[in-house]
Design a protein around this ligand. Structure first.
Ligand code: SF4
Ligand code: SF4
Length: 370
């Protein structure tokens, strides 16, 4: 839903947004409060050619605190759509490989998306549950150089779903969820991907879709209905699903041994979807997992520094390094996250420092204790 100028007009110019924004702290002149004001008093053209349009991470730290509830990420996203029309485009990371892959998936290309499932667990071609894997199969070869094997996250999620007695559908016809296209203002691509995914899930006969990636989950929940109307199936994030199903299935975790772990809240799972407790409850199911919060946790968590594979900057690197140091300062040996992109970004930052902390995804942490 796009914000109207009337809604923006409620802005009281209190500056809470700018004071909360991690980019404003690092990038001279970037101010959500002033951007709102500019759109009210200047012509659209002045705003549309600004690079600041692409600097926002859509992390929702500002909108979460705004006293009049202005959804600044949505406000800036709607301007991005118009900026594309005047050729003001973002700087794409990794040579634009992920943007290209999204575009290709909106076409008729046939994909082999399920090769990784061989030997990893049991899947079905049709059934009640659909596991929406997301972009892990494409991220895996790109981030090998960081020593990461992103597909392990998907393998471990499948293992956990199997552990509660479910053999989910995993499909070659799944497509990129369109999250990045949406936040980069490319609504046409987003709509094409949304329609393909809904058709695929409906054809599988699934009644419930389980998401490992918070971005896919948030995109289906918040933005798909704008394109396809009410979803004809239920959607669950794997953390809320497992919090219910692991105890019901009588799954008992092994001892995690010594060492302190902490949790980095992904923006989409936390501030946008309000799921703060479920990942923490899952960590607490592992015996002897010594858990400690970082100073900035839950609503106050700081973004992992980059969104939608664009505008990776010195601000991004500083935010990521600060986050790792925050975890190290509380004595954590492991920082756990529930988002593949957070894991990739924090691992990337770590590779350029001598910070020794381990960056781990929640599902590998859990599956290793099964
Ligand atoms: S926090 Fe909300 S009301 Fe305050 S300046 Fe920002 S947008 Fe305006
Ligand atoms: S969404 Fe995040 S990065 Fe964007 S203006 Fe708000 S606080 Fe800053």
């Amino acid at each position: 839903m796009q914000l109207t100028k009337q809604q923006i007009d409620y802005c009281m110019e209190c500056g809470v947004c700018t004071g909360s924004c991690p980019i404003s702290q690092e990038r001279a002149g970037f101010s959500p409060r002033q951007m709102i004001k500019r759109t009210l008093v200047e012509t659209d053209e002045n705003v549309l050619y600004s690079n600041d349009l692409w600097a926002c991470l859509s992390c929702s730290r500002c909108s979460d605190r705004c006293p009049v509830g202005i959804d600044f990420p949505e406000f800036i996203r709607s301007y991005r759509q118009k900026a594309r029309a005047v050729a003001n485009l973002p700087r794409e990371s990794h040579h634009g490989v992920f943007q290209t892959l999204s575009t290709l998936q909106a076409g008729a290309s046939r994909l082999n998306r399920i090769a990784w499932t061989e030997g990893a667990g049991k899947i079905a071609a049709k059934g009640e549950y659909f596991y929406f894997v997301g972009c892990a199969p494409f991220q895996t070869p790109v981030f090998k150089y960081l020593g990461l094997n992103v597909i392990d996250t998907a393998k471990n999620i499948l293992k956990l779903i199997n552990a509660v007695g479910i053999e989910p559908v995993v499909s070659n016809d799944e497509r990129c969820c369109g999250h990045d296209a949406f936040w980069a203002g490319n609504e046409e691509l987003f709509a094409a991907l949304a329609r393909k995914n809904v058709d695929t899930i409906v054809a599988s006969g699934a009644k419930t879709v389980i998401f490992g990636c918070p971005e896919g989950y948030a995109t289906f929940r918040e933005h798909y209905p704008q394109v396809v109307g009410e979803l004809p199936f239920e959607i669950r994030h794997i953390t809320e699903f497992l919090v219910e199903r692991l105890p019901e299935a009588g799954v008992v975790m092994k001892d995690a041994g010594e060492g302190t772990v902490t949790f980095h809240d992904p923006c989409r799972l936390g501030r946008r979807m309000g799921m703060y407790e479920q990942p923490r409850q899952l960590i607490s199911m592992v015996p002897r997992a010594r858990f400690k919060e970082m100073e900035n946790n839950r609503e106050n968590a700081v973004c992992c520094g980059t969104t939608a594979w664009m505008e990776c900057s010195s601000c991004s690197k500083k935010m990521q390094t600060n986050r790792l140091m925050e975890a190290e300062q509380i004595g954590a040996g492991t920082i756990i996250t529930a988002c593949p992109k957070c894991q990739i970004h924090l691992t990337c930052a770590k590779s350029n420092t001598d910070i020794g902390i381990e960056v781990k995804d929640l599902y590998s942490f859990l599956a290793e204790q099964l």
